[in-house]
Write a protein that binds this ligand. Structure first.
Ligand code: HEM
Length: 225
């Protein structure tokens, strides 16, 4: 079977969704650890951001890889959903969800909303097109970002921005809570029994929720300034 045919099979689609999910998860964990440097001090967060910028073409290669990974994840998810809809065109008269929960049932909607958040987030912090309170005025010189720390602090002192980010982090937590357990099942990771598989998603999701929320909330409530 060719790779193209395999990827369009039910197992191929689920494997692609799981493998791309692993890369996206690694990015989210790495990104959160980078952002937590806001607690250490401005020079650390700014030095980390400057180091990323200095990667030049490699940074663009990483960005393209991430974009491709996201598109492949969405493509595979759309095919899995379409397959499950066409496989059961008529809904059961009485639908009983035994091994499923709210996070599992809303994967499609949480995934779409996370995509909307990522677009908003890149327009906000990376390109600076969204700047509702002029937060970037003193942090950019001739279009160059010189003070990521200042940009982040000023942004999260604005309550609507903090609320948007907090809601997005809750959605991400829900998505990962089911997605991470699901990918462990799809990839059939050895040494991970059913109980461990069911717990790995919620544990990772709470770890990411606490880490990601800690930055905007600490800034908003004045613990970092
Ligand atoms: C409260 C949590 C978050 C904070 C404080 C935060 C902060 C930042 C900052 C400051 C940048 C700009 C870096 C720069 O231009 O040098 C950035 C970029 C980015 N963030 Fe986040 N982020 C958060 C959550 C997330 C999440 C959950 C995702 C993905 C689901 C994400 C995806 C991205 C992406 C794709 C970029 C663009 C990277 C690039 O190409 O330069 N972020 N983030």
């Amino acid at each position: 079977m060719s790779l193209g045919t395999h990827l369009k099979s039910s197992i191929g689609e689920k494997t692609l969704m799981a493998v791309t999910g692993v890369f996206l998860l690694l990015f989210v964990i790495g990104h959160m650890l980078g952002n937590l440097q806001a607690f250490v001090g401005p020079e650390y967060l700014n030095a980390y951001a400057a180091k990323l910028q200095s990667l030049g073409p490699l940074l663009w290669a990483i960005r393209l890889f991430l974009l491709g990974t996201m598109l492949a994840h969405i493509w595979a998810a759309a095919r899995v959903v379409r397959r499950s809809v066409t496989a059961r065109p008529v809904k059961y008269a009485m639908q009983k969800d035994i091994a499923t929960n709210f996070a599992a049932k809303t994967m499609l909607i949480s995934g779409c909303l996370i995509l909307v958040f990522v677009v908003y987030h890149v327009l906000h912090f990376t390109s600076g097109n969204i700047d509702p309170i002029g937060a970037f005025a003193d942090t950019h010189i001739a279009g160059e970002k010189i003070d990521i720390y200042g940009m982040v602090i000023t942004s999260f002192q604005h309550w609507p921005t903090t609320i948007i980010y907090s809601l997005a982090m809750i959605l991400l937590c829900m998505h990962i809570s089911h997605g991470a357990s699901s990918l462990v099942q799809t990839l059939g990771l050895r040494g991970c029994p059913e109980k461990c598989r069911d717990r790995i998603g919620p544990v990772l999701a709470v770890f990411l929720l606490v880490g990601n929320l800690s930055v905007p909330l600490s800034i908003y409530f004045g613990f970092i300034s």
